[in-house]
Design a protein around this ligand. Structure first.
Ligand code: ACO
Length: 311
């Protein structure tokens, strides 16, 4: 788009101005935001499932209360994000329907199962850790409602990450069986966590345009590298081993060299063929169908109120 309008828009972005819902924006900018924010919202909602799975089996009342609060926070994040997406002219129902029939994605990570209590530690530590690494820069993203939603989400995510690390500390310093569970959780969640940042830069179709529009602030590989650099010392502190025999500190680049995840697995998972894709979508579809009477009731009540006001 070489129109003067588009040039003026880009100049606003380049000056670091925030774009607000009623401002003119290129259709591509709107579409990209709906895709990214919608996908992000869906991830928060679907992301409740692997942890919700453990609420009834948390080992103590305190752990149960913490996990319950954390899962509720994720629901809240989904709702802020759907609201941010709605400012772009798409409704929450439309977004939900696109999730339910597979037209929209959610994060690959939530298609992996949570098999033991140590997985609650690994999810909080690694998955929320990766989420924060990606979301802190998004507080400065160019679209105002998205940037503002991120501020609160990031505060809550840091609490989530700490609760995960706290579980890992307990497990890693517990009995031999607990330590083995912690190691096994790290072994299973390491590479899927690295995949959360998206494909390598050479395969990232949207990065260049999204960065020019400041919808994304960093490339996928930049954030993945930062995540590895931050997380490896934490694993060492826990006395656990990152499942990567080629992991090495590289003095020259000031970061770790590490093995890339299996990208063919990643592309299979985002095509719908991961270990839990069918189960996750089935759970969301069931919740949507079983909640229909509530939505219908609310709509009927609103219509009655409206009619009474007119009369
Ligand atoms: N899981 C599922 N799909 C992914 C993932 C992933 N981890 N990474 C990339 N993809 C998809 C992209 O959506 C895109 O597919 P599409 O065109 O059908 O939408 C395709 O793979 C190519 O990737 P990119 O061109 O790199 O896509 P993009 O520029 O959107 O970057 C990223 C992906 C980094 C995830 C970006 O969208 C983003 O920062 N999103 C906001 C954060 C977010 O959604 N977090 C959710 C997980 S964290 C949590 O909720 C707890």
């Amino acid at each position: 788009d070489n129109s003067p309008k588009a040039a003026a828009f880009q100049a606003r972005i380049d000056r670091g101005e925030k774009i607000e819902p009623k401002d003119w924006m290129p259709e591509g900018y709107r579409k990209t935001l709906i895709r990214q924010i919608g996908q992000h919202a869906h991830s928060e909602i679907v992301g409740q499932l692997p942890e919700g799975n453990w609420i009834t089996r948390a080992p103590t009342l305190e752990r149960k209360a913490i996990l319950l609060a954390k899962v509720q926070d994720e629901a809240g994040h989904g709702l802020y994000l759907y609201c941010a997406a709605e400012t772009l002219g798409v409704s929450r129902d439309e977004l939900t329907e696109m999730l339910l029939d597979g037209r929209m994605k959610y994060s690959s990570i939530f298609n992996y199962p949570t098999l033991t209590w140590a997985d609650m530690g690994a999810v909080g530590w690694l998955v929320d850790g990766a989420a924060i690494m990606n979301q802190v820069p998004l507080q400065r993203t160019s679209y105002g409602p998205y940037a503002r939603a991120m501020v609160r989400i990031c505060k809550e995510e840091s609490f989530h990450q700490r609760q995960g690390f706290d579980i890992m500390m307990k497990m890693a310093n517990g009995t031999e069986a607990q330590r083995r569970m912690a190691q096994d959780a790290l072994d299973r969640f390491w590479y899927p966590s690295l995949m959360m940042f998206g494909p390598s830069d050479k395969d990232s179709v949207h990065s260049a345009q999204s960065m020019a529009w400041r919808i994304k602030m960093n490339t996928n590989d930049e954030l993945r590298q930062k995540f590895v650099d931050q997380t490896v010392p934490q694993a060492e502190y826990l006395g656990l081993t990152v499942p990567d025999p080629d992991l090495r500190w590289n003095e020259e680049k000031g970061g770790y060299d590490f093995t890339q995840p299996d990208w063919s697995e990643f592309f299979e998972v985002i095509k719908g063929n991961g270990p839990c894709n069918a189960e996750r979508l089935e759970a969301r579809n069931r919740a949507w169908d079983e909640g229909r009477w509530v939505r219908d009731g609310l709509m009927a009540h609103a219509a009655k109120k409206r009619a009474a006001k007119v009369a």
